[in-house]
Ligand binder design. Sequence first.
Ligand code: ZN
Length: 366
Amino acid sequence: MSNSSLVNYTKISPNSNNPRNSAIKKITIHHCAGNVTVEALGDVFAPVSRQASANYGIDSDGRVGMYVEEKNRAWTSSSGENDHQAITIEVANDGGAPDWHVSDKALAKLIELCVDICKRNGIQSLNYTGDASGNLTRHNMFAATTCPGPYLQGKFPYIADEVNRRLNQSVEKAPSGRIAAYHKLDGTDVGRGADKLIRYTGVRTGTNVYGFEVPIDRNGIATRNPEYVGNSAVPAGGYVLSGHGEAGQWLYANVREGYQVGIYDGNVKAVQACCKSLDGVNTGRGENQLIAYTRGMTGTNPYGFEVCIVDGVATTDPVYGEGNIIVADGTYVLSGHGTAGQWLFNNVKKGTRVTVDTNIGFVKVE
Ligand SMILES: [Zn+2]
C-alpha cells in the first residue's frame, strides 16, 4: 500500500491500529468543524489523549496533510469496521454552523485525492448509496453527529459522479485516431485569421479565446490537450500552436498530451505518442518534476513515485514512498513528484517499454 503523492505536510498521529485488518475498499469524508490548517490538524491528532485521527486532512487552501499512513487504520468515524476498510479524510470549513461550508479549493482537492486513492487501491468506482452499504460513507452513518455538515453532505453525489468520470477516462487518444496527421502552418507570430493555424514563440500568444491552443515544449512534446482558450503561455524553448475554426478543429482532433509535434516543409506533423520531457538528469527533484538517475543513489525523499528501467523495460509498477534508491549500473531510475509522479503512475506499469533519452531529455512510453 502506498500513500498519496498529493500530500503537502505529514505529521503521523499515535492514534491508529497498525496495520489495518482489511483491504482498502471505502472512502469516508468528514469535516473539521473549524477552519484549521493541515499543520494545526496535525497538532490536534498528536496527543494520545485525543484518541482521534484521520488518514488525510485538507485545508481551505487545498493543501493535504497525512496523519495516518494508508496501510494503517485511523480513528475517525466511530466505527472500527468502517475505518479498517476506509481511507478517512477530514476537510476544513471556511464557514461555520449551521451549513459548515467548505472552500472550492478544498472540494477540488478532495475530488483529486479520492481519484488518487481509488486508482492506487484498485477501487473501480465510488458508489454513494446514502447508507453504509456503499463505499463512500459519512461519519453520521455511524454516530449521532452533524459531520460532515449539510454543505459537504449535499456534495456527496457530485463527488462520486466526478470521481467516477475521471476514473473512467482511459488513456485518451485523439478523436481522429490517425497515427500521424498533417496541417499547413499559416504563419509564425502573426495575427490568427479565420481558419488559420499559427505558431507563437514569444511569451504568450496574445490571441482571443475563440480557438484551440496547445503548448509544444522544447522537445516537440505536447504538454496538454488542446484547450479552447486564448493568450496561452509559451513554454521555454518551445511554442504554442493556435488554431481558429477548421484549424482549431484539426488540433482538437489530432493532438493530445504526450504526442510528438514537429514542423516540416511548412506543415505541422502530429504523431500519436506518450512522451514527457525530463526536468533533469542526476539532479535534485523539485515540485512536479520528472528526473532520471543513471548512477549512485537517487537522493530523493519518499514523496514521489520511482521506477527502475532495465534494458528498456520497467521492472515494477512505480513505487511511492521509498526514495533514495540505488541505481544499478547500466539502468535508469525515473523519479516523479506531484503531477510528474502521477504521470509515471498512470502511464508506466511493470513490463512497460520505456525509452529514456538523457541527451535530449525525454521519456517515451511504448
Ligand atoms: Zn467526522
